[in-house]
Ligand binder design. Structure first.
Ligand code: S3P
Length: 452
């Protein structure tokens, strides 16, 4: 199924919605393209020489803001009638100074990755976003970028947006030991390192998603990766490569697939197939955890797209049991804890999710938000330090109104919960779903979900 854009899902106005239990979910769907890969294809296309053709780009608000930023920085970005996006790049370090502030809306990824790319160019640019993005920490990106020669001209308190950044005239290659396992930090440093002479190295304490490394290689850069300690990695990029435009086919987003997948597990009698889901092991922590909980998820026809593994996933309603999720798995499922907590509430027994400190700095404080979402629907839940503990009772009373907090994944997780709860679950604002998963509501309805 091609991505459907719902006219009702625009961040322009609040739209409440309720989900209630009904019939089993059945069908075969393809969720939209992967968000991480879509941002990166646009940014690397803009820094390459020649044309990049992107098939299956995620046409969500977050990604469209990145496309707009690439235009403002001098790249030509066009969409053909058949849905292919074409980017004519300016070459490494070739960005032009934008006339207006760059507006990234709700997207931390778009904003931070483009900050990295701008930091390696001799231009200044102002970065801004919505009220959620304006609260998010940027110091974690600015620290390494300043070491590479970029400087902050002006910023809101604590180095937050709106923020004006001056890129480095002569960027320095650095060795950066990141204190957090964050693909955004790693990617920002590597993108700035494209313009630096010599080797730029990032050392991460645990492996985070590696789409930037894989795609840099596809565009012709030299990237060396080795293990560092028990779970970490050392990534080195040779600077000043000539990136050559290429073809990118974007696989379906596993973080979006997570919603119909968990819905199919908890709604009795369901059987749903999700086509073309990217299954890069640094993104599939949720699937591994759900299987440990007893979920029936079958992988069909493993193949490759954009240098990434993908497969169709056939999911059947399953009896789930509580498990312990180790902290080391967090980077591979960092965006999936909300919907995992929903699955845990429908499981029998306690689920303990450890090491969730990074959830506090996402689109909302997702640790608190997850606990509140469950509590208001009658589920026993506790936050202990950085751990989340959910008492699964095999059923969820429901009946609650969940606050969206400008966070798309809260809205979708709460609606999934409502599809199997005793009473309906309502969310106050579905508009933010359009930042990552346009067409979520009609797609779920096509599978048989009762959303109104
Ligand atoms: C992303 C990295 C993650 C993730 C975000 C997308 C990316 O953030 O939460 O949704 O595409 O690089 P962190 O790197 O800050 O953990």
């Amino acid at each position: 199924m091609p991505p459907v854009t719902s006219p009702s899902s625009s961040a322009a106005g609040a739209a409440s919605l309720a989900a209630r239990a009904g019939r089993a979910l059945k069908g075969h769907v393809r969720v939209p393209g992967d968000k991480s890969i879509s941002h990166r294809a646009l940014i690397l296309g803009a820094l390459a020489v020649g044309e990049t053709r992107i098939a299956g780009l995620l046409e969500s608000e977050d990604v469209l803001n990145t496309a707009q930023a690439m235009r403002a920085l001098g790249a030509r970005v066009e969409r053909d009638a058949d849905g292919t996006w074409r980017v004519a790049g300016v070459g490494v370090a070739g960005f032009a100074e934008p006339a207006e502030p760059l507006d990234f809306g709700n997207s931390g990824t778009g904003c931070r990755l483009v900050m990295g790319a701008v930091a390696g160019c001799p231009i200044s640019a102002t970065f801004d976003g919505d009220a959620s993005l304006r609260t998010r920490p940027m110091r974690r990106i600015l620290d390494p970028l300043e070491r590479m020669g970029a400087s902050v001209i002006a910023a809101a308190e604590g180095g937050r947006l709106p923020l004006a950044l001056a890129g480095a005239r002569e960027p320095l290659p650095i060795v950066y030991r990141s204190p957090v396992a964050s693909a955004q930090i790693k990617s920002a440093v590597l993108l700035a390192g494209l313009s630096a002479p010599g080797l730029t190295t990032v050392i991460e304490p645990e492996a985070s998603r590696d789409h930037t490394e894989l795609m840099l290689r596809q565009f012709g850069a030299e990237v060396l990766v080795s293990a560092e300690g028990a779970h970490g990695r050392r990534i080195s990029l040779t600077g000043q490569p000539e990136l050559a435009g290429t073809a990118v086919a974007v696989p379906a987003d596993p973080s979006s697939a997570a919603f119909p997948l968990v819905a199919a597990l908890i709604v009795p009698g369901s059987e749903v197939t999700l086509a073309d889901v990217m299954i890069n092991p640094l993104r599939t922590g949720l699937f591994a955890t759900l299987r440990e909980m007893g979920a029936e998820i079958e992988e069909i026809g493993r193949r490759d797209a954009a240098g990434e593994p993908m497969a169709d996933l056939r999911v059947r309603a399953s009896k789930l049991r509580g498990v312990e999720v180790p902290a080391a798995r967090a980077p591979a499922m960092i965006d999936e804890y909300l919907v995992l907590a929903v699955a845990a509430a429908f499981a029998e027994g306690t689920t303990v999710m450890r090491g969730l400190h990074e959830l506090r700095v996402k689109e909302s404080d997702r640790l608190t938000a997850t606990a509140d979402m469950l509590r208001v629907n009658g589920v026993a839940v506790e936050i202990s330090g950085d751990d989340l503990i959910v008492e699964g009772k095999g059923r969820v009373p429901g009946g609650g109104l969940v606050e969206t907090r400008m966070d798309h994944r809260i809205a979708m997780s709460a609606l999934v919960m409502g599809l199997a709860a005793d009473r309906p679950v309502a969310v106050d604002d579905t508009a933010f779903i359009a930042t990552s998963f346009p067409g979520f509501v009609p797609m779920m309805a096509a599978l048989g979900a009762d959303l109104a």
